[in-house]
Design a protein around this ligand. Sequence first.
Ligand code: UTP
Length: 274
Amino acid sequence: MIKKCLFPAAGFGTRFLPATKAVPKEMLPILNKPLLQYGVEEALASNINNMAIVTGRGKRAIEDHFDNAFELESQLIGTEKEYLLNDIKHIIEKSTFTYVRQRKMLGLGDAILTGRPLIGNETFAVILADDLCYSQDQGVLSQLIETYNKYQCTIVAIEEIPMDKVNKYGIISGKPLDGNKDIYQVTKMIEKPKLGESQSNMAIIGRYILTPDIFDILKEIKPDENNEIQITEALNIQAQNGKVLAYKFKGRRFDCGDVKGFVSATNYFASKFI
Ligand code: UTP
C-alpha cells in the first residue's frame, strides 16, 4: 500500500518570473486554489494521507497554507464567510505534512533524493504540482496506483505530445505490455531530446510511483551540463536493472509552470467550475 506522496516544490519557477520572485510557483492559484492544494487533494483522493514536501528558501507560504490560521479563523467564525475555509481545514485535518529543504537547486532528481528522510524505505508517489491534472472519474495518481498494485514496480505517467515539443520533456521508448496500448515497458528514456532526434513523442509528466531503490540510484548520478541531477537518468538505470512501466493516463494535464499552460488551465477550470 502506498502511504506517502512526495511533492518536490523547491524549484525557482523562472518561467513565471517576476510572479515567482517572492511567491512560490506552487502557491499560484487556478481560480481560488493554489496549485499545490490541487495536488494534495489528488493524493487524498488516492487514499494517501502523508504529504512530504520538498521546499526551499522563499517557500514558507506553503507551510502556512497547510496549517491552522488562528487569527483568520477566529475572525470568520460565526460569519457567513466561515465556510470559505472548510475545504482547506478538512485537508489539514485528514493529512500530515512533513517538510525538508533542498539547499541547492540541483534539479528534480536531487529534490527527490532530498525527500528520502521523509519517505524511508517504501514505495511512494510523486506529484509535481505545477503539472495540474484533471480527470472527471478517477484521479491520475489513483490510476497510477491501480497500475502499481497490479505490477509492483516503478510507474511513470506519460502523455503523447506534439513532436515539436519533445525537447521540453523526458521522452520514453517502450513496448506495449500484455498487448495493452496504455501501458508500456520502458526500454529507454531520454531527457529533452533534440528536435528531430526522437522517434517517440511519449512524454513523462509530473506523476510517478517510485520504488525506494531509486534513492540509491540517484545518489550515484552526477549533475548534467546544466548542473541538474535528472530523475530520467535514474529511471533509465531502474528500467535496465528491472522493470519500469509507463502509463498513458486518462484525463487532462496542464503545464502550469508555463504562462500559456497556466492560462489554459484557468480557462478550462473556469468553464467547468464557475
Ligand atoms: P521545473 O522543471 O518546472 O523547474 O521543475 P522549476 O525551477 O520549478 O521551473 P522553471 O523551469 O525554472 O520555470 C519541476 C518540478 O521539480 C521541482 C519544481 O519545484 C517543480 O515542481 N524542482 C525542480 C525542485 O524541487 N528542485 C529543483 O532543483 C528543481
